[in-house]
Design a protein around this ligand. Structure first.
Ligand SMILES: [Ca+2]
Ligand SMILES: [Ca+2]
Ligand SMILES: [Ca+2]
Ligand SMILES: [Ca+2]
Length: 286
């Protein structure tokens, strides 16, 4: 597996849905050094900061915000790109530094789609579940292609590489169990019984084996379900929740870290197992 782009794709796909849309900043690897940067659109410009020391650098001029963009590696160069849907067209800014490049016309907005690499070519594809079937637009520019028949939507799924083959899988929680469709093309494969829904968990590769694990912060402790099928395993003691954290590889070792912003500073728990490591003084939060 090409871990470079896989890490980039995974790191940006974890946060989805309304929480993501309301966020003011997001983490991802924009320069291809495997370490995540902090991306912040302010409605007029895009800004980028290393988690430490956290000082902002100008990236681009654009009114696009997290509400109408998604971060993914669209051209497979190992650097995150900014995907944008305006209601009539899809477009991309490579590395967040170029102007808009046209991908295709589409009335679909970012709230209706999610990005993942379903064919494993390193380029993120656009996933669109319409309530009856799943569709994919390869590399964001391809024609609408049938992927599978399923009523599962973005509200009860998450995209991640659960089996570590380099292709994005569809993780699904229905209130009683977790299941996965490998590459989005297979039927449901049972992972484990769980009452936890996708809004309570986030996916990341905490042990660096290439398989996404399920992270569950309950307000007092962090728990992990390795590869989505393992037993509930204690990870750390922390009151930090999904609302004030984001999963990203901050130090570039291939293992997902927990980045936390508390209103006065940024900190990180490496692999989710260490105590907080101070990164920067910053009032910027999610
Ligand atoms: Ca980086
Ligand atoms: Ca790229
Ligand atoms: Ca692809
Ligand atoms: Ca996979």
């Amino acid at each position: 597996m090409n871990t470079l782009w896989a890490a980039a794709v995974v790191s940006c796909l974890v946060p989805m849905g309304t929480v993501w849309a309301q966020r003011q900043m997001a983490l991802g690897d924009f320069d291809g050094d495997r370490r995540a940067e902090v991306f912040r659109p302010d409605g007029g410009n895009w800004w980028l900061a290393s988690p430490s020391p956290g000082s902002w650098s100008y990236l681009n001029v654009s009114a696009a915000t997290l509400a109408n963009t998604r971060l993914a590696d669209m051209n497979g160069d190992g650097k995150l790109d900014v995907f944008h849907a305006n209601g009539t067209d899809w477009m991309v800014s490579y590395g967040g530094t170029t102007g808009w490049n046209f991908l295709r016309s589409s009335p679909l907005t970012v709230s209706q789609v999610a990005l993942g690499d379903f064919n494993g070519d390193g380029q993120a594809d656009v996933f669109y579940p319409d309530g009856a079937n799943w569709w994919v637009f390869y590399s964001g520019s391809g024609s609408q292609t049938y992927l599978n028949v399923s009523a599962a939507t973005l509200a009860n799924t998450r995209l991640a590489d659960v089996d570590g083959d380099g292709k994005t899988d569809v993780f699904h929680a229905n209130g009683t169990g977790w299941m996965v469709s490998y590459g989005g093309t297979t039927g449901w494969n049972f992972l484990r019984s769980s009452s936890l829904t996708v809004s309570q968990v986030a996916l990341g590769d905490f042990n660096g084996d290439g398989q996404a694990d399920v992270f569950y912060p309950d307000g007092a402790n962090w728990w992990l379900f390795y590869s989505g099928s393992g037993s509930q395993t204690y990870l750390n003691v922390s009151a930090a929740t999904l609302a004030n954290t984001e999963l990203a590889d901050v130090d570039g070792d291939g293992k997902t870290d927990v980045f936390h912003a508390n209103g006065t500073g940024w900190m990180v728990s490496y692999g989710g197992t260490t105590g907080w490591n101070f990164l920067a003084n910053s009032s910027y939060t999610f």
